[in-house]
Design a protein around this ligand. Structure first.
Ligand SMILES: Cc1cc2nc3c(=O)[nH]c(=O)nc-3n(C[C@H](O)[C@H](O)[C@H](O)COP(=O)(O)O)c2cc1C
Length: 215
């Protein structure tokens, strides 16, 4: 894939302070942010993003805040040909934590690997040589990268979702994705065409999450 750092000039990449933002840019940002909503993988179908759209979605992650530029996260694409291996890992993870799982439950666990045309695993590196950047900062950075990707997918007209589940911490999944000891699987990212819409969720008012420190 093309390296965005090699194509963006510094002038494009870093606008100077006080640059006026045209109102349509503000309106576009507002619309994108406030019309995005999670569309769970079972509601996502073909077509998925093409190669250029996939690159745009993954490229959006690179603009996340990243203290000390550690790049403490990565994404692993699970292409259609590898979904069977993921299904096997989901089945193993279920059996590992519940030896009495029924064939139907195992089949349901396997089926989750085949949803959504574009499927990625998000992974954070919680520790490395730089002890100053603690795990929570790294996860926040990963969260910003994920939201950038969700917004880009939404801008391109796709539905998307973050999903987790107990299998993420399983040895089967860690082995499949070759996760290192200091890495944590955060969630899956699913992207595709919305085949079944869902009602808009009411968002919390500012008063529920903003307060002001007294002088
Ligand atoms: C890291 C993470 C993992 C999640 N995993 C699941 C999941 O496994 N299943 C699920 O139904 N929702 C999951 N959610 C919640 C949805 O992604 C979504 O945030 C929620 O449905 C609210 O939808 P909204 O994005 O439209 O506000 C997860 C959210 C996050 C941030």
């Amino acid at each position: 894939m093309e390296d965005p750092a090699s194509t963006a000039s510094p002038a494009e990449a870093v606008p100077t302070l006080g640059d006026p933002r045209p109102p349509e840019v503000v309106e576009l940002a507002h619309t994108l942010i406030h019309t995005r909503q999670t569309i769970l993988p079972k509601r996502l179908g073909d077509p998925g993003p093409d190669a250029a759209q996939t690159q745009a979605i993954l490229g959006a992650a690179a603009s996340a805040p990243d203290h000390h530029e550690l790049l403490p996260w990565r994404f692993i694409v699970v292409p259609p040909a590898a979904r069977g291996r993921l299904a096997d890992a989901f089945a193993s993870a279920l059996v590992q934590r519940d030896a009495s799982a029924t064939p139907l439950q195992i089949e349901q666990a396997r089926e989750k690997a085949f949803r959504a045309p574009l499927l990625l695993l998000a992974v954070a590196r919680l520790r490395d040589h730089d002890a100053e950047i603690e795990p929570h900062e790294r996860i926040v950075s990963a969260g910003c990268a994920l939201q950038n990707m969700l917004l880009m997918a939404h801008a391109l007209g796709f539905g998307a979702a973050l999903t987790s589940g107990k299998a993420l911490a399983s040895s089967a999944l860690r082995k499949l994705f070759d996760l290192q000891a200091d890495e944590q699987a955060l969630c899956f990212v699913s992207v595709g065409t919305v085949i079944k819409a869902k009602p808009r969720r009411l968002r919390p008012a500012l008063a529920h999450y903003v307060s002001t420190l007294l002088p």
